[in-house]
Ligand binder design. Structure first.
Ligand SMILES: Nc1nc2c(ncn2[C@@H]2O[C@H](COP(=O)(O)OP(=O)(O)O)[C@@H](OP(=O)(O)OP(=O)(O)O)[C@H]2O)c(=O)[nH]1
Ligand SMILES: [Mn+2]
Length: 200
């Protein structure tokens, strides 16, 4: 029962932290749908029942996107959960170009538990992109996100068969493969500073 309580505590903590945030889709879906969906992919599709992984999935965007601190995560959920959340948190003070590059570089060196959360995060976001285009995103921007995600996921290979199978299928549908990843060049939208994002 303590495990169930701990998972609900993380769901509630994330809901409170993300309460004012919405996704970028036209419907303005509540942001909390994303971390709950990421945790659900891990439990229902990837067969994961590790409590720290499921808690970290629920909490994975709280530090990146809200006023939450790593210390707060550690004091509430313990050091293991803090460490996983740290591994999957981008430094938002860096320009997007650098953040995206660092995800590609860091992915192979993450812990197994962080790799699981990263795979589920990418799987959720790519499915979300397939379902609905975020406000202000061009078709080119969507395609570039798929190409970038392919590069990150390539560095997570061998972590979880079920999630990797679904991701492979999504990349295949989009025509994204190792041969086109070199097309991702500096000219592309995803690498541009945030100020150039709108209207593309
Ligand atoms: N597909 C999709 N994504 C949305 C939507 N609303 C918010 N997002 C979030 O936007 C992020 C991807 O958008 P980008 O422009 O590439 O990244 P940025 O917000 O970090 O600059 C993801 O962050 P993340 O979860 O931290 O993952 P990551 O992509 O940074 O690894 C994703 O969760 C939506 O409606 N659809
Ligand atoms: Mn996320």
């Amino acid at each position: 029962m303590a495990e169930v309580t701990g998972i609900l505590e993380a769901a509630n903590f994330a809901a409170e932290k993300h309460k004012a945030q919405r996704r970028k889709d036209a419907e303005e879906t509540p942001y909390i749908n994303h971390p709950i969906g990421v945790a659900r992919i891990l439990s229902h599709e990837a067969g994961i029942d590790d409590v720290a992984v499921l808690q970290a999935a629920l909490l994975h965007d709280t530090v990146e996107d809200t006023n939450t601190t790593f210390l707060e995560i550690e004091e509430t959920f313990g050091l293991e959960v803090r460490r996983i959340v740290e591994e999957v948190t981008d430094d938002k003070t860096l320009p997007r170009m650098r953040r995206k590059q660092l995800q590609i570089e860091h992915a192979p060196h993450c812990s197994h538990k962080a790799k699981l959360v990263k795979l589920a995060d990418k799987l959720y976001n790519l499915r979300d992109l397939k379902r609905s285009t975020p406000k202000g995103w061009s078709e080119k921007r969507v395609q570039e996100y798929f190409q970038w995600a392919f590069q990150v996921v390539s560095g997570l290979h061998g972590t979880n068969v079920a999630m990797e199978k679904h991701l492979d299928q999504l990349f295949k549908e989009r025509g994204v493969s190792a041969s086109v990843e070199s097309d991702l060049l500096d000219k592309d939208v995803i690498w541009q500073p945030d100020s150039k994002e709108s209207g593309v």
